[in-house]
Design a protein around this ligand. Sequence first.
Ligand code: NDP
Length: 504
Amino acid sequence: MTLTKKNDTRPAPASWGLATGESPWEYAPAPEATDHVRIEPEYGLFIGNEFVRSKPRKTFTVINPATEEPLAKVAHASKADVDRAVRTAREAHRSSWAKLPGRERAKYLYRIARILQERSREFAVVESMNSGKPIKESRDVDVPLAAAHFFYYAGWADKLEYAFPHRAPRSLGVAAQIIPWNFPLLMLAWKIAPALAAGNTVVLKPASTTPLTAYLFADVVRQADLPPGVVNIITGPGEIGMELVRHPDVDKVAFTGSTAVGKMIARAVAGTDKKVTLELGGKAANIVFDDAPLDQAIEGIVNGIYFNQGEVCCAGSRLFVQESVYEPLIDKLKARLGTLRVGDPLDKNTDVGAINSAGQLAKVTELVESGIAEGAEIFQPDCELPTRGYFFRPTLFTGVSQSHRIAQEEIFGPVLSVLTFRTPDEAIEKANNTPYGLSAGVWTEKGSRIFKMVNAMRAGVVWANTFNRFDPTSPFGGYKESGYGREGGIHGLGAYLDVAGNGR
Ligand code: NDP
């Protein structure tokens, strides 16, 4: 990597060890090449291992949020297409997939995992171009974790009887899977890998802004020689997602996205025998005690809220700092924000990429304006933003009170709200004062305090002295308005199985 001296007269943070007023050093551009990637001008629906036109033929355009340039046209599915995809998945379940021994299904999953690894660079580049996330995240987090999910669930495919002993596990049938735009490939893997391992077939609907890695995955499905109809992918707006949810021949619905749509889905399946898992929004508390290693905590806070531009359901968007360390922590945090590089997602040095869409940028902007109007104090580093694309500066709010919208609502952007506390009980009370309950973080050197906090917080995942750590073996999911059901681990496998004694 080349370092060049930036034409920047801002004083360097003291922690860099530079004399006051001396300019910091900046990285030279290091863009990832795109010449090895082929994005088709138009993608049809992926049904029965074929790309087919929607009926009637209709498309919409997908853009690169960092440049606002069009990337491809994709098919706009109709109600008839949803029916076609579900019928194809049903037939594949009946005639091939459910009949295969688990060890045979495992071979396909291992094959998919290995192909994802082989084509990882291509996937990372397309993911960053389509979603706006920095290439170092798609390269080092999204794609390797997606492959890891297929490896992990491949290992379970022939061991269902061991996972659920004496409970005669059986596949459910056809799974309808609706995924969001913040981790397009990873959410696809979270959904498809356990479904297939358990013997189900799937119809997946990606978010309208980010379908390209799903269609690249369709190519992997063909390369892995999966029987036709086991994986089907359809694109279209939210209403098409709802058609899929309502389809009478769907046995299982798995959704990740906003709480508002999650509630609509819960209402739509009420009274049916469809199994449902909902992974919805969050407003995670990240709690720093005065004995925490502050420099380590700063990295955890930054990773917690600025990773993936804060477009993360489990983002640590509410920071609770024990009063006695408030000032040194905020000073360090502001200095660290000044070092974040915002810009071209394809640049290997970029820390914060583009917001996924104009609509999401408008939502982040509106909530930040509400924070200012309600009296919180805003801090943003003085970084230059690209002139095109949907970018937003990493933002820090101090002087936030519990009633502010920025402390209550999911912003889904690079915006941190800082609050304070004096005692562990006060921290617990404030942290739990939210309709959500997806994740939380605790920073302290005291093991007994970690146990107290972890048990007291109503959150599906609590990280201690780290944040945003994911592993396929570990279940993930929420309490309260963050949804129900778990993905990942053996829990995630059970969500795709009919097991004796689960009341189905
Ligand atoms: P949505 O919940 O609308 O989108 C998630 C997925 O659901 C997309 O595939 C979307 O399709 C689909 N969808 C939309 N409406 C329906 C419907 N009525 N029935 C079935 N499926 C539907 O999230 P948004 O993209 O609108 O984001 C809004 C907010 O939601 C964000 O600001 C953020 O706060 C939160 N969010 C949370 C996520 C999480 O991981 N928990 C992920 C994404 C957003 P389409 O893209 O075609 O609209």
